[in-house]
Design a protein around this ligand. Structure first.
Ligand code: CUA
Length: 339
């Protein structure tokens, strides 16, 4: 082998190794992140992740055993087994072993199931309840406080760390599925039916939930930030949402009302009481616009008002691009200020 050939072979080997390491790294990095079931932040998700690990390890061990036996059989020299020995091998290796292994994995999975849908104790009135309704293509969110007050929000879920929260899940139009992978498994939202899902976040952080059932054109654009907050922070966040935003006055409000936005949207402290679209009372303090699609900024809000369908195909909100640009801008500035 010439020097050049040797160098080429070495660099090919280095590239191959680099590729291998990169693919392992990217495979592992897929396990973490804001929307990963393998990077749990809730007690239900932790059990799901453990189940996944047990199944993967169990499956890998069975695979290694089978492939090892196959390799052994292919390399084996010598006389064939007599009929009695072959029968024993088939019974123990082909029937007994797979049956016990699969039965053990199944028993473990069945044992785990009650923990994955932990209802709040019957009659418990102190658990926080959050009502979520799936719409095309956004989330109507109502916090039902133990004292009877309701806080209406949209496209963002916030929960306290270390407390059980019960979600009641419904759908307005078609089937959606509510899924915050770091907190728990998914649950369908079905028109005409109420499903429940109870979760308990066990560490603070900002995560991402998404619709997990194809529901139309913008299914892939139906997500939401899911925030787990320390209990005290959560209470003060919630309290601040029981009253109108301090920045509710302004020219933007007058334009919002005179252009008829209040027919579909509610903004606390104004005459806007529409319930067709998302509640916008504190939209400026949310982490995303348009159900996890855009960041909250004056520019993006103006963009959404001008032509929602350009951002979100199939959105029910009509385009308001015909309004004077200055009016759109003023409304966007006002909305962004509603914290
Ligand atoms: Cu809603 Cu997919």
């Amino acid at each position: 082998m010439s020097l050049i050939e040797r160098r080429n072979a070495q660099s090919r080997e280095r590239a191959r190794r680099g590729l291998l390491i990169a693919s392992f790294a990217s495979a592992l990095s897929g396990c973490s992140g804001v929307q990963s079931a393998l990077d749990p932040a809730g007690s239900e998700a932790e059990k799901v992740a453990t189940l996944f690990l047990v199944m993967v390890v169990g499956g890998a061990m069975a695979w290694i055993l089978v492939v090892g036996l196959l390799a052994h059989a292919l390399n084996r020299n010598g006389p064939a087994l007599d009929e009695k020995k072959a029968g024993k091998l088939i019974f123990w290796g082909g029937a007994f072993l797979p049956t016990t292994t699969l039965a053990a994995l199944l028993a473990y999975a069945l044992w785990l199931m009650p923990f994955l849908r932990p209802w709040s104790p019957a009659g418990a009135t102190d658990t926080l309840k959050i009502e979520v309704v799936g719409e095309q293509y956004w989330w109507r969110v109502t916090y039902l406080l133990p004292d009877g007050r309701n806080v209406v929000s949209a496209n963002e879920i916030r929960v306290p760390v270390g407390e059980r929260v019960t979600f009641t899940l419904q759908a307005k139009d078609v089937i959606h599925s509510f899924w915050i992978p770091p907190f728990a498994g998914k649950m369908d939202m079905i028109p005409g039916r109420t499903n429940r899902l109870t979760i308990e976040a066990n560490r603070a952080g900002t995560f991402r939930g998404a619709c997990a059932e194809y529901c139309g054109t913008s299914h892939a654009l139906m997500a939401f930030p899911a925030v787990a907050m320390e209990a005290d922070d959560f209470r003060s966040w919630l309290d601040a949402r029981t009253v109108p935003s301090p920045n509710v006055e302004g020219r933007g409000r007058d334009l919002f009302l005179s252009h008829g936005c209040g027919a579909c949207h509610t903004v606390q402290g104004t005459g806007a009481r529409g319930v067709i679209g998302p509640d916008l009372s504190h939209i400026g303090s949310r982490l995303a616009l348009g159900a996890g699609v855009l960041e909250i900024s004056q520019e993006q809000i103006a963009r959404f008002i001008s032509n929602p369908a350009a951002v979100k195909p199939g959105a029910r909100m009509p385009a308001f691009g015909m309004l004077p640009p200055d009016d759109i801008r003023a409304i966007a500035v006002w909305l962004e200020g509603l914290k």
